[in-house]
Ligand binder design. Structure first.
Ligand code: RB5
Length: 161
C-alpha cells in the first residue's frame, strides 16, 4: 500500500516512528515533511499537501499528524475528496474504514503512544469498507463539497441559475 504521510513539528516524532515501522512492514511510504521536531511549522501546510496527493492518486492513502491530530484532520477535510478520520485506538481506526471509508488517517503525536498509533494504522489498512448502508451517507458528505449540488440540483442550485 502506498502511504503519503505528513506532520507538523508536534507530530514529527510519531511520523518518524511510523515511517520506520511501516517501511519495515513492506509499505511504500512517501514523507512530505516536516523534517524537524524543533522548528515550529503550520500543520495546515502539511495536511493539505498529503490530502491533495491522496486525492490525485486513488491508490494511495494518507496519514496526517499534529500535536493532537485535531488541526491536521480539520485541514485535511477541507480538501475535496478527502475523508479524514482522527482516531485514538484500534476501534475508531477500524470504524474509520468500515463505516467511513476514510482515505486519510489523523493521529496525535502528543496524545497517542507510538505502539497504539501503529496499531491504529495497521488496523485501518487491514479493515474493509462495508459499503451498503454507508454509501448513501458518504454520498451526502461528498455533496457538501459542492454547494450548488450535482448539476445545480442542490439547495443552492436554483440560486445559481
Ligand atoms: C502546535 O503547537 C499544535 O497546535 C498542533 O500540532 C496541533 O495540535 C493543532 O491541532
Amino acid at each position: 500500500m502506498k502511504i503519503i504521510i505528513g506532520s507538523d513539528h508536534g507530530g514529527f516524532r510519531l511520523k518518524s516512528f511510523l515511517i520506520h515501522a511501516l517501511t519495515l512492514k513492506g509499505h511504500e511510504v512517501e514523507d512530505l515533511g516536516t523534517d524537524s521536531g524543533e522548528r515550529a511549522v503550520d500543520y495546515p501546510d502539511f495536511a493539505a499537501a498529503v490530502a491533495r496527493k491522496v486525492v490525485a492518486d486513488p491508490t494511495a492513502v494518507g496519514i496526517v499528524i499534529c500535536g493532537t491530530g485535531i488541526g491536521a484532520s480539520i485541514a485535511a477535510n477541507k480538501v475535496a475528496g478527502v475523508r479524514c478520520a482522527l482516531v485514538y485506538d484500534g476501534y475508531t481506526a477500524r470504524m474509520a474504514k468500515e463505516h467511513n471509508n476514510a482515505n486519510v488517517l489523523a493521529l496525535g503525536g502528543r496524545t497517542t503512544a507510538e505502539e497504539i498509533a501503529l496499531d491504529c494504522v495497521v488496523t485501518w489498512l487491514n479493515a474493509t469498507y462495508q459499503d451498503g448502508r454507508h454509501q448513501p451517507r458518504l454520498d451526502k458528505i461528498a455533496a457538501l463539497e459542492c454547494p450548488l449540488g450535482p448539476l445545480g440540483s442542490g439547495p443552492l442550485g436554483s440560486a445559481g441559475k
